[in-house]
Design a binder for this molecule. Structure first.
Ligand code: FAD
Length: 459
């Protein structure tokens, strides 16, 4: 047994470490299109102290460490590009606190979305968090580490904007608290009015530290959720439709989607409008405001509300399972999306690009844009499905996604959860002084370059 393996077992116990080939195979890949790469060890800590000791060991021995939640980001962010240790955080899954009146929760760094959702439903049914449409096994810390977005993003910004404090093990092995928990027992603010140090970790894809605790804002969970679907075949009207809707300042979530299959959806743009209320009167009042806001498009016969019938239940699901059906995942299919953050007014150009790329590369597309904080930006997903058993198709999808990222950068957009190639494309386009600042931060926090190397690697 190697000395490293022995030391890892001493830290986390023999059930928390593996270098068995079948485990390493599993941790060498993700569900997206990037090539796998084997780690040397998988470690699953149960406490912050164990995380700290593993990081200290990795520092001494200069071994890479890749923090991992559930590995579902799709863009290869937990593929150990330079080998080393994959640190699976899922055994750190405790809910540590819910402060009901200040509306926040504190959870450990491997807690899944599903665990928090179920806990709130059971103990605080009038509170909720901003749930992404990712599978419930995905983790909260990972989601904020990549600036994820969820059901309440339309109202309150990225899920990372909802963080109220962090505990992080730095790449040197020191543990550090960020925000109000650095001054006392309360986890109500990650930054203001201190300098906001959370930006050193949020969005860094695990390259500047390992999040071991997260404080997260909770929001009122209204008794009734409702949905309306507005459809238009005039893509150039979509930004104006969204503008009218965000002016109402009362929607839970707002998405626009288009896809060629089944045929009833082809060539149409579907605006899904989610809203909530505590009484039927509140719901009907809001429904009227939504209908009134879009009446002009009905009058000009440019769009209309669609009867939902069987679709309603599916649309109201949280998270929505239909994405997996698009990719036919159970039968060996998959999908990956490039999801630039961009201006809502660019929707028509992005939509045209999706159609162009799908035709050029002969692949199946689906696209869903999510509006962020009342229309200040949107996440525009350019999604392509593939059959894992068809390497040529995987290659075509990969090429199309690369072209999508080039396009987004040309349009002034920001790639979201970019893979390591897209990160390089982004850094190439970045203002040189901004890049220099990025380099200073990274070099100071991670002088040995051991944290998720290959990602946000500024040379
Ligand atoms: C069907 C489907 C739908 C999706 N819908 C959404 C959606 O609506 N919104 C959305 O935001 N995303 C969505 N995603 C993308 C993704 O699944 C989510 O962003 C999810 O939160 C990723 O969590 P994970 O635990 O799988 O992360 P991982 O892939 O394990 O990790 C992601 C990144 O975070 C880093 N990381 C992980 N844990 C830590 C930690 N403790 N400390 C520091 N860094 C860490 C990793 O190194 C990696 O860089 C979707 C994915 C699928 C497959």
């Amino acid at each position: 047994m190697s000395d490293i393996l022995k030391s890892l077992i001493e830290i986390v116990g023999d059930r928390g470490v593996s270098n068995a080939p079948e485990e390493l195979w599993f941790y060498s890949r993700d569900p997206g299109v990037l090539e796998p790469h084997l780690p040397d060890y998988v470690v699953a800590p149960q406490t912050t102290e164990q995380v700290q000791k593993v990081v200290q060991l990795a520092n001494r021995e200069k071994i890479p460490i890749v923090p991992m939640g559930n590995g579902m980001a799709l863009t290869g962010l937990v593929i150990p590009l330079k080998g080393g240790i994959v640190m699976d955080m899922k055994r750190m899954n405790k809910i540590l606190e819910v402060n009901e009146k200040a509306r926040y929760a504190v959870v450990e760094g491997g807690t899944s979305q599903g665990v928090l959702k179920a806990y709130l439903q059971d103990h605080y049914p009038h509170l909720r968090h901003s749930l992404p449409d990712a599978p419930p096994v995905t983790t909260i810390a990972a989601n904020v580490a990549l600036h994820g977005q969820g059901r309440l993003t339309q109202q309150y910004g990225f899920n990372s904007d909802m963080v109220t404090g962090l505990e992080v093990v730095l790449p040197t092995g020191d543990t550090c608290k960020i925000g109000s928990p650095s001054l006392g027992p309360y986890w109500f603010s990650k930054g203001p009015t201190l300098p906001d140090l959370s930006g050193l970790f949020l969005g860094w894809l695990g390259t500047t530290g390992i999040i071991t605790k997260v404080g997260l804002r909770l929001y009122p969970n209204k008794k009734i959720r409702e949905v309306e679907l507005f459809v238009t075949d005039r893509v150039e009207l979509v930004p104006e439709i969204l503008y009218k809707l965000t002016h109402l300042e009362m929607l839970e979530d707002l998405t626009v989607w288009f896809q060629p299959k089944p045929l009833m959806f082809k060539d149409n743009y579907h605006v899904t409008i989610f809203f909530t209320g505590d009484t039927e009167e509140e719901i009907e009042f809001k429904r009227k405001l939504i209908w009134d806001a879009l009446q002009e498009f009905i009058d000009t016969k440019d769009g209309g509300f669609m009867g939902l019938q069987f679709m309603k239940e599916q649309l109201l699901e949280m998270p929505q399972r239909s994405v997996a059906e698009f990719a036919d995942v159970p039968r060996g299919g998959g999908f990956e999306y490039s999801g630039p953050i961009t201006l809502v007014e660019h929707f028509p150009q992005y939509a045209a690009k999706v159609l162009e790329l799908a035709a050029k590369h002969d692949i199946l597309y689906a696209s869903t844009a999510r509006i962020i904080s009342g229309g200040h930006a949107m996440m525009f997903s350019i999604s392509f499905a593939f059959n894992r058993a068809d390497p040529a198709m995987m290659k075509r999808v990969k090429n199309a996604l690369d072209e999508a990222t080039e396009f987004a950068l040309k349009m002034g957009g920001i790639p979201w959860k970019p893979n390591f190639m897209e990160q390089k494309m982004t850094m190439k386009k970045m203002d040189p002084n901004t890049l220099k600042l990025l380099q200073m931060v990274k070099k100071n926090l991670d002088p040995q370059g051991i944290m998720n190397p290959g990602n946000w690697e500024v040379n």
